[in-house]
Structure formats: C-alpha cells, structure tokens
Design a protein around this ligand. Structure first.
Ligand code: NI
Ligand code: MN
Length: 225
C-alpha cells in the first residue's frame, strides 16, 4: 500500500494496481501548485464530507478518469446528478471493494456543500486492504467513537487531522492515537490556511514523548506500508 500526500486532506492510496484518491482539493490549494491534478490517476475517489476543501477537484477528476465516488448517500447523490458514478454508504456500514474493505465511520464535524446545501453527515474511513489496515479520520474532533475501531481492526497507520481550530489539534490527536490503539500517525489538515498552521518540530516532539510516531509529509511525497 502506497500513500501519497497531496496537501491539506488530499491523499492518493495505491493498493495493488488500484488508484484511490481521498478528498481531492489540489488545484485551488496554493501550497500544492506544483501538483498537476490532471495527471492523477483515480479508479475511486473517497470523500469524507462535502466541504469545499475536500471536494473541490472531485468533479473534474471523476469526469476525466471515470472514477467511482465512495461517500455518504447525500454526497454520492449530489455527484450522481452530475453524471458521476458513485457508491453510497452511511455510518457503520462496510463494503468489499476490489481493493479491500471500506467502513464508513463516525466523525464529529459538519458537512455542507459550498452553496450551503446539506452534505449528509461527515465521516471517516477504515480501509482493510492488501494485509494493511488504515484509518482516515476525515475532519473530526476527538471522539469516544474512535475506541470502537480497534475492537475490530488492528490498524497499521492512522491519518489524523492535527491543525486544530476546525478539527482536533495535536494534543487531542495524541489521545485519538490511544483510542484507536495505533502509534503510527500521518498528520493532515494543517498549514493550508492561517487558522491551522502548526509547529512541525513541536508536534513531532509531543508524539515522540508519548512513544508515538507523527509523520508529516511534504506535498507530493509518499510512504509505503
Ligand atoms: Ni470540513
Ligand atoms: Mn476541512
């Protein structure tokens, strides 16, 4: 499993030869201006919630690639009206896709489209694929619901928001890491806007002091599990 960070909450996950994008917000992210969104491959696009900083490039990528949008019912319905194929889910449900199993799990946040219309309830994804299990939290507060995840899934990596203000900050992400019983964390949803700028060294040190590993990738860089 290869995981590439495209800035903010945008990720690419490659499992075998299947390409999955998550929350693509790239063309309008100044910090990701060196990424050519038109060159990204996608068989599936996972969308955690309807906010602009998570869906901005979904339509153009899906139309170019024919990717299937996996998200909550309301978001899939929204893109369906634009002739984009989708797989609707809702909280607590899981589905076996060709690349692995996806479960749509709770997140504490909001979810409206840029025009203010209802974007369903926000979520995160637990993906079990190619003998590796990951959790993509989406935009969320720290929540006790996270404790449910390790009851069923031994996580190899968790991708947690750490930018604070709109989501968890570093201290809550450390507690989330305890709740999900996973000490290997890839941080996202930081530095994009003034409200969510973080001190990288201090953030890593705080995780290190709890015997945990916080990875912060440069935009365009990847890790392999
Ligand atoms: Ni959001
Ligand atoms: Mn966001």
């Amino acid at each position: 499993m290869k995981i590439t960070f495209y800035g903010h909450a945008s990720l690419a996950i490659q499992i075998k030869d299947i390409h999955i994008l998550v929350d693509p917000f790239i063309s309008s992210n100044e910090k990701a201006s060196h990424i050519d969104v038109n060159s990204l491959k996608a068989d599936y696009i996972l969308v955690t919630h309807a906010h602009q900083d998570h869906i901005a490039d979904v339509e153009s990528i899906a139309k170019r690639t024919g990717a299937v949008v996996i998200s909550n019912f309301e978001i899939v319905n929204h893109f369906g009206k634009l002739d984009i194929e989708g797989h609707p889910m809702n909280h607590g449900g899981k589905w076996d896709f060709e690349f692995g199993t996806v479960k749509y799990v709770n997140a504490i946040h909001t979810s409206s489209f840029p025009d203010g219309s209802y974007g369903g309830q926000p979520g995160g994804f637990v993906i079990e694929g190619e003998h590796k299990n990951i959790y993509i939290a989406g935009d969320t507060a720290l929540t006790y619901d996270m404790k449910l995840i390790p009851l069923q899934t031994k996580l190899d990596l968790a991708i947690l928001p750490i930018g604070d203000n709109f989501t968890m900050g570093i201290d809550d992400a450390i507690l989330a890491s305890d709740f999900i019983e996973c000490d290997k964390i890839l941080g996202y949803h930081y530095d994009t806007f003034g409200y969510i700028e973080i001190d990288h060294e201090e953030s890593k040190r705080k995780f290190f002091e709890k015997d945990k590993d916080l990875m912060l990738l440069e935009i365009g860089d990847f890790i392999e599990l």
